[in-house]
Design a protein around this ligand. Structure first.
Ligand code: ADP
Ligand code: MG
Length: 381
């Protein structure tokens, strides 16, 4: 039996679970991404199970799960769960009966696509559950997901590999709150203002601020403290923002780079989601050598961060010097049809629906590869 054959049910369809919503601030962005994914899955090829995760973290399934999560009315859906043990790939319905709560097998899943952004979706926690359950899934594993979600650790990794990133310092929230003079002293060693302040673990530019002096800095630090217990301050680059889509497991490929032209002073939450006037330029108008350099750097970053399946690698290119800095990696980038990740692939010759097919194949390949690992060497029976 071929690789695909082993993952198909009797109707020769791949049983795919699409996970969306979730507990992070990017719940609504996830619903938009999932709407695009669901619209392109070929019903001849895939048997689709929609699984919506509410803001509170409950899992619900049903053919109308996406609509139900959008309206907040989950009454007609079935609560579902996975068991943290490998074997049968079963999604269970949670039923309240006269005898108490019971689990009833609902469907089997060959592969899961977590279309979830941010905490509890993109940060390795969900990936841990899927690993425990022995399921194939799209995207980076526990390690890559966690490393890319933590901006501080991610930058340490870049530095260890001699990859360029703006100079930075990291402070625990307690130090920001109780030793502000010490923090200011350390921060001003980074260099001249403007600086950028950000929570180590967030997304969508929440808690990110550009600061032009001490009073701004204090305000920015306190704001960032709301969103994480570790705060990063980094050198502000007068930057063009270049993004590259990377796809693959052990031999990742980079798309042509694109450029974001933010509608505001930087690519803030408002510029991303509120005023809808930021522009995407595809390909990024850079010279061929710079484009090639950035593509190669994107692949290198993807590899050192142990990414798999897909990731979008974001760069800051200094407008004055042309210097290229790695900003961050998103392991589950925005995935609507008009999002940068799929648009860059489309422009590179891989249309949206083919991209999803390829991600599914990569998920199976990665699972098969991981299944070759021995976990119980030397166990005495
Ligand atoms: N060091 C920096 N120099 C210049 N702009 C920055 C810097 N860091 C962040 N930014 C701006 O802030 C935006 C959001 O920061 P980012 O680190 O990408 O966080 P998020 O994960 O929330 O997208 C970036 O897209 C960019 O516009
Ligand atoms: Mg970003």
């Amino acid at each position: 039996m071929g690789l695909e054959g082993s993952h198909m049910n009797e109707q020769n369809k791949i049983r795919i679970g699409i996970l969306f919503g979730g507990r992070s601030g990017e719940h609504e962005v996830s619903l938009m991404s999932a709407r695009s994914v669901l619209s392109v899955l070929d019903p001849q090829k895939y048997a689709v199970t929609q699984i919506g995760i509410t803001h509170d973290g409950q899992w619900f399934s049903g053919d109308q799960a996406l609509e139900a999560l959008s309206t907040g009315n989950t009454a007609a859906l079935t609560r579902v769960t996975l068991l943290p043990e490998p074997g049968d790939n079963t999604l269970y319905a949670i039923r309240e009966t006269g005898q108490g709560t019971q689990l009833e097998p609902l469907t089997e899943l060959d592969v899961v696509f977590p279309v979830l952004h941010g905490s509890f979706g993109e940060d390795g926690t969900l990936q841990g559950l899927l690993e425990m359950a022995g399921l194939a899934y799209i995207g980076a594993g526990v390690l890559g997901s966690a490393v890319c979600m933590d901006k501080a650790l991610f930058k340490d990794l870049l530095i260890a590999h001699n990859l360029p990133t703006p100079t930075y310092r990291v402070f625990p929230r307690g130090v920001v709150e109780n030793q502000i003079d010490h923090v200011i002293e350390q921060v001003e060693e980074i260099g001249e203002y403007p600086l950028f302040v950000k929570p180590a673990n967030m997304g969508s530019s929440v808690g990110v601020s550009k600061v032009n002096g001490r009073s701004d800095l204090m305000e920015g630090l306190l704001d960032a403290c709301r969103f994480d217990r570790r705060i990063l301050v980094e050198k502000g680059i007068n930057a063009r923002e270049i993004e590259v889509s990377v796809l693959g497991n052990d031999q990742p490929q980079a798309s042509i780079p694109g450029e974001i032209v933010p509608s505001r002073e930087f690519y803030s939450y408002e510029a991303k989601y509120v005023d809808d006037r930021s522009e995407l330029l595809i390909p990024a108008p850079l010279d061929p050598e710079a484009l090639q350099f950035i593509r190669e750097l994107a692949v290198r970053v993807y590899q050192v961060a142990d990414c798999a399946g897909m990731s979008r690698v974001d760069f800051l290119v200094d407008k004055d010097t042309g210097e290229v800095y790695v900003n961050e990696v998103n392991t589950i980038p925005g995935f609507t049809k008009i999002s940068m990740y799929p648009k860059l692939w489309d422009a590179s010759g891989l249309p949206y629906s083919k991209l999803v097919d390829r991600l599914v194949e990569l998920a199976f390949e990665r699972k098969a590869e991981r299944d070759q690992t021995e976990y119980q060497y030397g166990r005495i029976e």
